[in-house]
Design a protein around this ligand. Structure first.
Ligand SMILES: [Zn+2]
Length: 131
């Protein structure tokens, strides 16, 4: 089984094996992370990019610019978030940064501080599976 994903660096589309954890983008030759992450501790990087999903658990703290398929925040995130699918901030979640995504879900009790660009009607890249 393969799936099509957009490169998190150049946005070029590529076909990857469903279970692959990483690959090299044929367009820009950069390494591409495909796996999903669960963050339970403090995690700080410049760019946290994956074609998979990112879950920030209740005790997780992420300081990074995030690019992922779906992002769920139940802990704390500081940095801009760009998602291809949905960004969800749980009732204990806190996000400080700008969000760009087709869909946003903010639970009552969540903290959100930043600019939003939410556009569900945007033309999605072909092959993008509905979330
Ligand atoms: Zn690329």
């Amino acid at each position: 089984m393969t799936k099509k994903v957009p490169c998190t660096h150049c946005a070029g589309e590529l076909e990857v094996a469903e279970r692959a954890l990483s690959t090299v983008c044929p367009h820009c030759q950069k390494r591409l992370v495909l796996e999903s992450f669960r963050i339970r501790t403090h995690y700080a990087v410049r760019l946290f990019a994956t074609c998979g999903d990112i879950f920030v658990e209740k005790r997780g703290q992420v300081v990074a610019t995030i690019r992922a398929d779906n992002v769920t925040v139940n802990g704390r995130v500081r940095g801009d978030v760009t998602a291809r699918g949905r960004v969800k901030i749980g009732p204990h979640g806190s996000l400080k940064g700008d969000i760009t995504a087709p869909r946003l879900q903010v639970e009552s009790g969540a903290a959100l501080n930043g600019y939003l660009r939410i556009d569900a009607g945007r033309t999605r890249p072909s092959g993008g599976a509905p979330v």
